[in-house]
Design a protein around this ligand. Structure first.
Ligand code: AMP
Length: 279
């Protein structure tokens, strides 16, 4: 496994491989790796010749400076996870490597940018697309893998790729969960024992909606799911929605072919998100 810190070194490693028609995959991450990240690497390996995993805690996508500061950075653990997963190249640039000079970034990501996470984390998807564009330019991948865990993020990246007409395939990969249903996340490390128990209500509420999707109306499903969450101590709901999976607008009559339930809540001091595809 090669560990690379600069864009120049990455390009000189990857460009000759591209010339020999090797298919290059990128798995962007912010580190603090868990089985969810590893699953992306495993799926990437099935579809590409060379798998590049980037680890970069991108400052421009954090709306809360404290969240950025306390973001976990367990480097040795991450290296071992990637080595064990059979990752070929780790790209781990510094902040100045990715942002050598102050820069403006604003692109049109469509109206869904301002819904859900976009409403609670203003400017988040501008920061996400800014860094992913830089990573795409540095790696020049044929295909890039993202988790459905960040459902809205996948939509925003697809919109960014369309905006710049980049010839990169974007693949959304299933959510990996703990045995009890909690979606794996680098932020779970911040949960206290009590938080960890309370956090289960998020996947339980989503599962309730999934299991009762055909028998209950959308308002009934929402009412029950929100009740479950609001009755759980230490959990403060930001949103629970049943939405059109393409526009993220609320789905009222189950008419669309692509419907997803999405939730975000603060559990103790930690903000968690999760979702389940209903159709
Ligand atoms: P992050 O390091 O949190 O930015 O995540 C890097 C990538 O891993 C993103 O595409 C996430 O959607 C994905 N990811 C995070 N958690 C999971 C999970 N539990 N299952 C599958 N993919 C995940």
């Amino acid at each position: 496994m090669k560990v690379i810190n600069t864009i120049a070194a990455l390009k000189s490693l990857l460009e000759p491989l591209k010339l020999t028609q090797q298919k290059i995959a990128l798995v962007p991450t912010m580190g603090a790796l868990h089985k969810g990240h590893v699953s992306l690497i495993k799926i990437a390996q099935l579809q590409a010749d060379v798998v590049v995993c980037s680890i970069f805690v991108n400052p421009t996508q954090f709306t809360d400076p404290k969240d950025l500061e306390k973001y976990p950075r367990p480097l040795e653990h991450d290296m071992k996870m990637l080595e064990d997963a059979g990752c070929n190249v780790v790209f781990m640039p510094s902040v100045t490597e990715m942002y050598p000079a102050p820069e403006e970034w604003h692109i049109d990501l469509g109206p869904a940018e301002f819904l859900l996470e976009g409403e609670f984390r203003r400017g988040h998807y501008q920061g996400v697309t800014q860094i992913v564009k830089k990573l795409f330019d540095a790696v020049n991948p044929d295909v890039a893998f993202f988790g459905q865990k960040d459902f809205q993020q996948v939509l925003m990246i697809k919109n960014m790729v369309a905006h710049f007409e980049m010839p990169i395939q974007i693949v959304s990969c299933p959510i990996i969960r703990e045995d009890d249903g909690l979606a794996m996340s680098s932020r779970n490390i911040h949960l206290t024992e009590a938080d960890r128990k309370n956090a289960l209500v998020l996947s339980q509420a989503l599962l309730f909606v999934k299991n009762n999707f055909s028998s209950l109306s959308v308002p009934q499903l929402l009412e029950e799911a929100k009740k479950l969450i609001n009755e759980t101590p230490g959990v403060e709901l930001d949103y629970f929605t049943i939405a059109n999976g393409e526009t993220l607008l609320p789905e009222v009559d189950k008419s669309h072919h692509d419907i997803v339930a999405l939730v975000a809540a603060k559990v103790g001091q930690t903000r968690l998100i999760d979702n389940m595809i209903l159709r």
